[in-house]
Design a protein around this ligand. Structure first.
Ligand SMILES: O=C(O)CCC(=O)C(=O)O
Ligand SMILES: [Fe+2]
Length: 606
């Protein structure tokens, strides 16, 4: 009897293995062996873990948890269907499954074949031992057939997986080398790995190309000669980029540039570099001048010189700008990979060519020039022009409703000033907030919208729905731009008393949200009180002028204060104030308002 139970367990475990292997074959790209592990672990998890069918997924809908692959398992293993997992509580305690799980986890999938061998040996022993043999005879012919085929099919499956992995790898490398031979200078994407549709990988969206354009013959021979003479003259001024001596740098620009591990001081660019910029700049975009104010000259003295994969995403680079790279000398290959490394592109940077990339693309693609043959006696010089300024560390995108229409960027009264560069995008409703890919690499994302969502008659939404939608958007922004700060600006009260309670509730909810997420901050507009018809909230005592113009909108003075609040938050001062205020009043929004209401005069605006 005991033997029969063991026997059945082994049969079942073999089936699991078969299932794992079948999944591995279909879901594993050959170039990423570790991906074998994911489906395998998930299926074993599905068999050994109690399912949580109605857990909330990230979109907030109550749907089955997809990671446990419910459709596959019940279909192939009816007796261990997830529905029955509880009753057949033995599932949890199957030692082989547990140890298989461990093996899969620990050995990166390579333990699978050993496990199969062990299983096979155990089955063989069972079948050949007199005791086992009799029990085998007792089981149904179908079961016996399944067992026999499982024992023969499994090792073959392992061998065939390995063979197809090898052959696919070979095909891939021969495709790549023949492509390189046929197109030595051509830029064409070589997709090393397709964007897998496996539910086990989170496919990061790549919303843009790795670069805008690439052109050859942009530098004349005369200009090239002049540039090389210039480089010759300043040869001793180059500094090594890193301890590897991989390449050397020479920097010119209005501001100093903190390159990873190096502070490159500001230095006036010589005439010849301005001439080069004039030559290449008009080629970037007819509507936009590059405003490049820095040039990094990089010397790669041999084939071994290189620059590792990186992003040109320093905070001081203009988020809306292009980055221009002019190459002189021997051709070198630039490699680009997207964030989940599912796409790889290469581009041969020829002598006298111009590559135009954007700051935007840096958040979605890495680039580098990888080492080639060290002994290749070859020099390449690149000139990279960027628009940099220290104030871009405060770069801000304002996603706002009509109350933000008069908050402008730039310098002068009522603006956010020279230290907060950026742009405003009109967003009338929470549901109209743009997708992360349409925002851009701003260091600050200010969101001031919601009042129209609260008042909309056409699309009445509950506060919970609106808050959930807002939070989902913020989470998406934080995922795509992990270094950006999100500033949720408290909705302003109106002159409609009934609405102010909802505004109040909404503001409480966004404050709660800011406590949940490290990169979400609050712009504290509590100075406007809880009701615009309160004497204290709508009157600029200092200027003796009203703060509001109508039921919903701030007037000129209100805008000045509002702009100051935004500015204070993004340059860092307002943030701690507002946090401190909420903290010191036990997270109490009411107390914060109470204080604001009794404040004698609004803060003056510079
Ligand atoms: O030399 C090149 O073309 C690339 C240089 C580069 O990527 C950098 O300096 O960030
Ligand atoms: Fe770069």
């Amino acid at each position: 009897m005991e033997t029969e139970v063991t026997h059945r367990r082994l049969t079942r475990d073999l089936k699991i293995l078969e299932l794992l292997l079948a999944r591995s074959v279909s879901a594993t790209p050959p170039w990423k062996e570790t991906q074998i592990v994911r489906p395998a672990v998930d299926i074993v998890d599905a068999l050994t873990t109690k399912p949580s069918y109605h857990s909330f997924n990230s979109s907030g809908n109550s749907t089955p948890n997809v990671s446990i692959q419910p459709p596959l398992v019940p279909q192939l293993l009816p007796e261990y269907s997830l529905r029955n997992a509880d009753q057949t509580s033995g599932v949890r305690s199957i030692p082989l499954v547990q140890s298989l799980k461990e093996a899969v986890k620990q050995t990166n999938g390579t333990g699978l074949s050993e496990k199969i061998e062990t299983l096979q040996q155990q089955i063989n022993e069972l079948m050949t031992s007199p005791h086992g043999h009799s029990s085998v005879k007792e089981i149904s012919p179908a079961m016996k057939a399944a067992l026999e085929s499982a024992t023969t099919v499994l090792p073959e499956s392992v061998a065939s997986i390995q063979a197809s992995l090898n052959s696919l790898n070979e095909q891939m490398s021969s495709l790549q080398s023949s492509f390189k031979q046929q197109n030595p200078h051509c830029h064409t994407p070589i997709s090393m790995k397709p964007n897998t549709v496996s539910p086990h990988t989170t496919v990061t969206e790549t919303p843009c190309k790795p670069y805008e354009s690439y052109e050859t013959h942009v530098v004349s021979q005369e200009l090239k000669t002049e540039l090389l003479e210039f480089i010759q003259g300043v040869s001793s001024e180059f500094v090594s980029a890193d301890s590897d001596n991989s390449r050397e740098l020479l920097y010119f620009g209005d501001y100093s540039y903190r390159y990873p591990g190096k502070e490159l001081p500001a230095k006036k660019p010589p005439q010849i570099l301005m001439k080069l910029l004039d030559t290449v700049d008009p080629k970037t975009d007819e509507n936009r001048t590059l405003q490049a104010n820095s040039c990094l000259v990089t010397r790669y003295s041999s084939g071994g010189s290189h620059i590792p994969m990186h992003r040109d995403d320093e905070a001081v680079i203009d988020p809306e700008s292009h980055i221009l790279t002019v190459s002189l000398g021997v051709s070198r290959t630039m490699t680009f990979t997207n964030n989940d490394e599912s796409q790889v592109e290469t581009l041969c940077l020829e002598d006298c060519s111009l590559l135009v990339t954007s700051r935007f693309a840096q958040d979605f693609w890495k680039h580098g020039i990888l080492p080639e043959h060290e002994d290749m006696p070859s020099e390449r010089i690149s000139f990279t022009f960027r628009h940099i300024a220290p104030q871009f560390i405060n770069s801000t995108i304002l996603l706002g409703d009509s109350n933000t229409a008069k908050v402008s960027f730039g310098t002068g009264q009522g603006t956010l000033g020279a230290w907060v560069p950026g742009k405003r995008v009109k967003v009338g409703h929470i549901e109209a907030l743009p997708d992360a890919k349409d925002i851009g690499p701003y260091r600050n994302i200010v969101i001031h919208t919601g009042i129209n969502s609260l008042t909309s008659r056409h699309q009445q939404r509950s506060d919970a729905f609106l808050i959930h939608t807002l939070e989902k958007k913020c989470i998406d922004y934080m995922r795509v731009y992990p270094r950006s700060k999100i500033h949720l600006s408290m909705l302003l009260p109106t002159r409609m008393r009934y609405l102010n309670d909802r505004v109040d509730g909404f503001n409480r909810a966004i404050i709660d949200m800011s406590y949940k997420h490290k990169n979400i901050r609050i712009i504290d507009n509590s100075i406007f009180g809880r009701n615009l018809s309160d004497a204290h909230g709508r009157w600029d005592v200092q200027d003796q002028r009203p703060l509001v113009s109508d039921c919903f909108h701030l007037g000129r003075n209100g805008i000045r204060i509002f702009a100051m609040n935004i500015k204070g938050a993004v340059i860092g001062k307002g943030v701690s104030q507002s946090r401190a205020r909420f903290n010191s009043s036990h997270g109490s929004y009411r107390a914060a308002f109470g204080r604001a209401r009794h404040q004698s005069a609004p803060v003056s605006v510079r």
